[in-house]
Write a protein that binds this ligand. Structure first.
Ligand SMILES: [Zn+2]
Length: 316
């Protein structure tokens, strides 16, 4: 029994086929090309699914989708995808019609959370908070072994928790959000304020073959003992700890799973983050919680496939 997982991103869309244990059997990737419109996109998705069907036939029983944006999981509707500039696009209904497979869709951070629950924790921890730390910050909640949606499917917008009143501007249009301090764009904006010669810094610390002033540079610089880079990561840790402390007090998770590019710098932001977590007055949730980084870049697509399988099996 196999499930298809689809991860819809602003630049690329990824399709995978996995078995119940999460083992990757096949994959495909294409450019999302939002300017060609949703109908074109859904046909391209169906063509990808058909190609898998030729190889795996009736072994394929479900499709699970994670989409970056505001998703209505009940209606299979992508209400808003800021990176695609799409509003109110029906995805699961048309895809079910074209492929004949049951289809479930969720926000991409929710699917990363499900992936963390199944693959990282092997279902041993029923309460997991997953933070996706990339350009922006998303989060997904597994509570008592179930994906938590909230009243409108919007639960887990942790990136826009206000952590500094009237603070830095956020991509959402607001101010002081967690993302405005710990999203990669915000971290690099802060680095830019403090690093005088950006070009020389990039040349010295960029990964071989790359010329981008990004969080990889900043991590390499911290590794090399660069004081400003270490300061920026420490500030990031402080703000991330501030946001996370509130979430841990609210949810009392067994485990927090950090994923996404920024999570790779954990060595540099963890001490400041832990300092905030360990100086909270209510101690119990903080002594119990485990903080873990997932280096599985496919947590979202694999999580989506496993979630789709779970849903299809439940519905029989
Ligand atoms: Zn915001």
């Amino acid at each position: 029994m196999l499930g298809i997982g689809i991860d819809i991103g602003g630049t690329n869309t990824k399709l995978v086929v996995v078995n119940r244990a999460g083992k990757l059997m096949a994959q495909d990737r294409f450019r999302t090309e939002p300017d060609k419109g949703p109908a074109f996109f859904i046909k391209r998705l169906a063509a990808g699914v058909d190609a898998f069907k030729r190889d795996y036939g009736r072994q394929l029983v479900s499709i699970g989708i994670g989409a970056a944006g505001d998703v209505d999981p009940e209606k299979g509707l992508l209400r808003f995808a800021p990176n695609l500039f799409w509003h109110n696009i029906k995805i699961t209904g048309p895809l079910e019609k074209l492929t004949g497979l049951p289809c479930a869709m969720e926000n991409d951070a929710n699917m990363a959370a499900w992936g963390a629950y199944e693959l990282e924790m092997r279902r041993r921890s029923p309460n997991i908070l997953t933070l996706t730390l990339g350009t922006g910050i998303g989060s997904g909640l597994i509570l008592d072994g179930k994906l938590y949606h909230g009243a409108t499917g919007s639960a887990g917008e942790a990136g826009h928790l206000k952590i500094v009143p009237d603070g830095r501007p956020c991509h959402c249009g607001g101010r002081g959000c967690l993302e405005a301090y710990c999203g990669s764009y915000a971290i690099m904006a802060r680095a830019k304020e403090l690093i005088k010669d950006e070009a020389a810094f990039t040349k010295k610390f960029a990964a071989p073959g790359h010329v981008k002033f990004n969080t990889i540079c900043l991590t390499n610089a911290a590794e090399a003992g660069h004081a400003v880079a270490r300061k920026v990561w420490a500030e990031t840790g402080h703000y991330l700890g501030t946001g996370l402390a509130g979430l841990i007090l609210l949810l009392n998770p067994d485990c927090v799973v950090l994923t996404g590019g920024v999570s790779r710098a954990i060595k540099w932001f963890m001490p400041a983050m832990e300092k905030v977590l360990h100086t909270q007055q209510i101690k119990t949730p903080f002594t119990r919680v485990k903080i873990k980084v997932s280096d599985d870049a496919d947590l979202g697509s694999h999580g989506a496939a496993l979630f789709g399988l779970e849903r299809a099996l439940k519905q029989g």
